[in-house]
Design a protein. Structure first.
Length: 812
């Protein structure tokens, strides 16, 4: 955003002048010289007035305390400049010292020789004394950036020698006279921004033929843009923004050929932008944003070769030019290159089409280019590296294709590179990682591929690094550990592999780390818990295993940050099993005894959960903990007996035979009959029962893994609660029962729940609390990749918890 013109004019100009004066004062106070001739009346009066003024002020920096003393000539005091002929005070320069208190009336009553008063940028309060009219020689009055209040004394607008009046950024009120009482014939600067005035812009200013700077922004004036401004030929700056101005922009303003700054933003202006504004060849700053201007942007503005900052955003402009948050259409004109002094182009959120013209690279003074939020296709200009002044390059949310030019490494001033949400591809050029002033890098949601350079340490001050949702591969470079300033790192949704770099422990300022949805393996480094500022961590959907660290960011971590890593253990509250020793004997014991038992327990608990859901929905009678009970009908008892028979078979089976047994049972539709449990179930014998239950790796590789049975049980769980078989006709092509449920998870589960269960419901229950963990478990177990499925022990632990929750919380 362009800097406010008021601050540029009102702060920088007076401060620079006052610094010069303060420097003179300091030099005069330190340089030895002959004592001035005594002046019994004048000098003694000035001394007394200044000492009294000091006593009225609070001086937190001690500027006056150690210097303004009676035993030192006041001509050597800080901020006091005496005349050469006699020991009087024509200049008082105490700006930028944090002084507080009120301006006493006697300061002006008894110092008639004062010509220049610099008290700006302090904390002075109260009104401006009426006695200011006792200063007939006053030329420069700077009281800006204080806490002054009340009305401005009318006599101040009738001072024949006053050249500069700077009262901006106070709390002054009232109106400014616009009649014979306003007479400032020598006025050059009239700066009153950021106050609370009423009324209109004083017409009497039209008589100030020497006026160069008019700054009335943020002052609540009600008026039109005065046409008489065109009668002030020496005007260099007009800032009237953020007032209650109405009407149109006068075309006669084009006569102000010496004008360098025009700010009419944040008003209620209507109509077109006058073509005549293109005649102001010295204009460097033009801000007409946030009005109700309409029509096309005149092409004559391309004649403003010295234009440094152009802001037309938030209007109702149309046609083919540039202005943010409008409805500009068409292409970027190649004539933009004529604006060789332009610093900022803001074209965001319009309807621009057509490629970025290569000629734009000739704008070597351009520091800010924003064409985001349009429909710009094509390539990034190959010679973009010629734009050596670029500090911000915003191209996001367009349709750009191709690669990032290697010449981008020549943009040594670049601080923000924002290109997310495009169609960029190829590799990310290594030259980009040498931009040592880059603070923010945003390349997410593109098609970048290949590996990252091994050395990314050239991004010495980068804070935000986001390259998620691309096709990047390889290992995460260890050199990331050298990016000491980084606070947000997002590498998610790529195909990075290997372990989490140990060098990450050097990222002591890291606040957010997202490396989810990759193929990272190994254990979670314990040092992540020691990163003091790390508040957000996402490691989900990788191949991580082992114990989950404790403390730090892991104290409040949720399942969504770790889900999809089947080998993790150690956080029971999230459903991860306790970590076990992996000795040879333990491993053999697991294979021989625990795995079959866990498998049987899994099927048992699935049945239990289903029956509990069915029973809770169907009756209000007291719930017993036993699966089989007298409240079940004869058909369910038959299903139980069939289930017991399966359990006996499974108990004697070895793990490698589980898939074969499951296939046999599925072909006979025993399991489906068990879980559906009613006469309305339709058994399709034309397709093998295993087709929808078989893990993908069994069908593609011809062999099962330890996780294959977990997949089958996940499908069975989804089938039980949806009333749908994986072989139903609705599941064809790319749509499977898992994909169908996944699309409804988690907010639309009612749409996939077995309708019969809902029809038989005897109470109202919370679907999220009741069904969410069941469907979530089914989806986890039926993940396509074996590595993303839970282990059998984890499944049993989760089902046991679900069972306990159902038993303890009798919803119906």
């Amino acid at each position: 955003m362009a800097p406010a013109s008021s601050s540029f004019v009102l702060v920088l100009f007076p401060i620079s002048l006052s610094v010069l004066i303060t420097g003179v004062a300091c030099a005069s106070s330190s340089a030895p010289g002959p004592s001035p001739a005594p002046n019994i009346n004048g000098s003694d009066t000035d001394l007394e007035v200044l000492l009294d003024f000091k006593s009225q002020l609070s001086d937190p920096l001690g500027i006056l305390a150690g210097n303004w003393t009676a035993n030192v000539s006041f001509c050597r005091w800080v901020g006091v400049i005496c005349s050469h002929r006699r020991q009087r005070v024509p200049t008082l320069a105490l700006n930028d010292n944090e002084l507080s208190g009120q301006i006493p009336p006697y300061l002006f009553n008894n110092t008639p020789s004062l010509r220049n008063i610099y008290l700006g940028n302090n904390r002075l309060s109260g009104p401006i004394p009426q006695s200011v009219d006792s200063l007939p020689l006053l030329e420069y009055l700077d009281l800006h950036l204080n806490q002054l209040s009340g009305t401005v004394p009318a006599s101040m607008f009738n001072m024949s020698l006053l050249q500069v009046m700077s009262l901006g950024q106070n709390s002054l009120t009232g109106s400014i006279p616009s009649n014979q009482s306003f007479s400032l014939p020598l006025l050059q600067e009239f700066s009153l921004p950021k106050n609370n005035f009423t009324g209109g812009i004083p017409l009497a200013l039209s008589a100030c033929q020497r006026l160069q700077i008019l700054s009335l922004a943020f002052s609540s004036f009600f008026d039109m843009v005065p046409t008489w401004l065109a009668q002030l030929p020496q005007l260099r700056s007009i800032t009237l923004g953020t007032n209650y101005l109405v009407g149109s922009i006068p075309a006669v303003l084009g006569n102000l050929t010496s004008l360098t700054e025009l700010d009419l933003s944040f008003c209620n202006l209507t109509g077109d932008i006058p073509t005549e504004l293109g005649l102001m060849r010295e204009l460097s700053y033009l801000h007409l944003g946030s009005n109700q201007l309409a029509g096309p942007v005149p092409t004559s503005l391309t004649n403003l070769s010295k234009l440094y900052n152009l802001n037309l955003q938030t209007n109702q402009l149309s046609g083919e030019f540039y202005a943010g948050y409008n409805k500009i259409s068409g292409v970027l004109p190649s004539t933009l290159a004529n604006l060789t002094s332009l610093y900022q182009i803001d074209l965001r959120n319009n309807q621009l089409v057509g490629a970025i013209p290569e000629s734009i690279t000739l704008m070597q003074n351009l520091g800010y280019l924003d064409v985001s939020g349009n429909n710009i296709p094509g390539l990034i200009p190959t010679q973009i590296g010629m734009m050596k002044s670029l500090e911000r390059l915003h191209l996001y949310d367009n349709k750009l294709v191709g690669s990032i030019p290697y010449s981008i490494g020549n943009l040594t001033r670049l601080e923000y590179l924002v290109m997310f949400d495009n169609h960029l591809n190829s590799t990310i050029p290594a030259s980009l990682f040498h931009l040592d002033k880059l603070v923010g890098l945003y390349l997410s949601n593109n098609y970048f591929s290949g590996v990252l350079p091994s050395d990314v340490s050239g991004l010495k001050v980068v804070s935000d690094f986001e390259i998620s949702s691309n096709i990047l591969i390889g290992k995460i470079p260890d050199s990331f550990g050298k990016l000491k300033m980084i606070t947000e790192l997002n590498l998610s949704h790529n195909s990075f592999e290997g372990m989490i770099p140990e060098s990450f422990q050097e990222l002591t300022n890291l606040a957010s780390l997202d490396i989810s949805s990759n193929s990272l393996s190994g254990t979670i480094p314990k040092f992540l818990a020691n990163l003091t500022y790390l508040a957000t961590l996402n490691l989900s959907f990788n191949k991580l295993e082992g114990k989950i660290p404790e403390g730090g960011v892991f104290s409040n971590i949720t399942l969504t940050s770790l889900i999809g890593n089947a080998g993790l253990c150690g956080v029971p509250r999230l459903g991860f099993p306790p970590c076990l020793e992996k000795s040879g004997a333990t491993h053999r014991h697991l294979i021989r005894y625990i795995l079959p038992a866990a498998t049987i327990a899994f099927v048992s608990i699935v049945l239990f959960v289903y029956l509990m859901v069915r029973r809770k929905l169907k009756t209000n009678r007291e719930v017993h903990a036993s699966v089989a009970g007298p409240i079940l009908d004869m058909q369910m008892e038959q299903a139980i007996r069939s289930f017991d028979a399966e359990c006996r078979v499974l108990h004697m089976a070895r793990p490698r035979n589980l898939i074969k047994i499951l296939s046999t049972c599925s072909n006979l539709d025993i399991t489906i009959l068990l879980l559906m449990g009613d006469d309305h179930s339709i058994i399709t014998a034309t397709k093998p029962g295993t087709l929808g239950y078989m893990a993908p790796e069994y069908g593609t590789l011809g062999k099962a893994t330890r996780k294959s049975d977990v997949f089958s049980y996940g499908i069975m769980l989804l089938e039980a609660f949806t009333g749908r078989r994986p072989t139903d006709l609705m599941f064809h092509g790319e749509l499977s029962i898992r994909q169908w449920v996944h699309q409804a998870f988690p907010s639309e589960l009612a749409s996939v729940l077995d309708e019969q269960l809902l029809q038989e419901a005897s109470c109202i229950f919370d679907l999220n609390d009741f069904l969410l963990p069941v469907f979530e478990l089914g989806l986890l177990c039926s993940s396509d990749l074996p590595e993303q499925r839970l282990s059998m022990s984890s499944v049993v632990a989760k089902l046991t918890k679900i069972k306990e929750d159902y038993t303890e919380n009798d919803i119906c």
